[in-house]
Write a new protein. Structure first.
Length: 233
């Protein structure tokens, strides 16, 4: 790497760090590019050497920040059971969002509604999580934690769907602690009779924009099989 390229990358990283702090403090709409440039120690025009506009800067900030958090979470040592590993992964990612509530709500909105090429890049991040869950589920199936005929891609898609729904619910509740992290409270069967009865009457399906056609077909097949099965008394 030449000295000039190295300096350009250092400027870019200072710019991303300053943007992250300003976006977190003021939100996207109120964030000012001149303030970001000042905090980064560069001229305002230098921003456009690296990014097209404020939205492009936001996407880069969110993408690289989330990519680092995902990489760290997925690099954690594997737990003994699939359930423990999923709890660990979920806790790591929820902790990331909870430490930066304002930026996290912007991240969720922008990652779900981003235009190309950012839409594909954010989708690839979810794809990496999906692949990691499938890989861990393969080990769990070999250890007898899952049935031998378990559809592992569908299992991973369901996990991501439930995770995203919980994350969106947390964001809608103004950044209060996510209910996903409140576990092991000592409740047993029969504690919440209405909720338990409702869980037998309503069907929750894995749904999110990055589901492939194959995964959508797998969901449909499972629903069809369930509807065709004899009713249980």
């Amino acid at each position: 790497m030449t000295r000039r390229v190295e300096q350009k990358e250092q400027t870019r990283q200072r710019l991303l760090a300053a943007a992250r702090a300003v976006f977190e403090a003021h939100g996207f709409e109120a964030a000012n590019l001149r303030l970001i440039a000042r905090d980064a120690g560069i001229a305002p025009g230098t921003i456009f050497v690296h990014f097209r506009d404020k939205l492009d800067l936001l996407h880069a900030t969110l993408f690289e920040d989330l990519a680092a958090a995902l990489q760290e979470a997925l690099a954690e040592p594997a737990q003994d059971s699939l359930e423990a590993w999923l709890v660990q992964l979920t806790d790591r990612m929820l902790a990331y969002y909870e430490t930066r509530p304002i930026l996290s709500r912007v991240l969720l909105q922008q990652s779900l509604l981003a235009d190309p090429p950012w839409a594909e890049r954010f989708a690839a991040q979810l794809g990496a999580v999906h692949g990691a869950v499938v890989q861990r589920a393969v080990l769990a199936r070999a250890q007898g934690e899952l049935r031998g005929d378990a559809n592992l891609p569908l299992f991973a898609a369901a996990y991501i769907s439930f995770y995203m729904f919980a994350l969106i619910a947390w964001a809608q509740r103004a950044g209060k602690q996510s209910p996903v992290r409140r576990r092991d409270l000592g409740y047993g069967r029969g504690t919440f009779k209405v909720s338990e009865r409702t869980s037998h009457e309503f069907l929750s399906l894995p749904m999110y924009p990055e589901l492939s056609a194959e995964q959508v077909r797998a969901v449909i097949n499972v629903v069809e099989e369930a509807l065709a099965a004899p009713a249980l008394n």
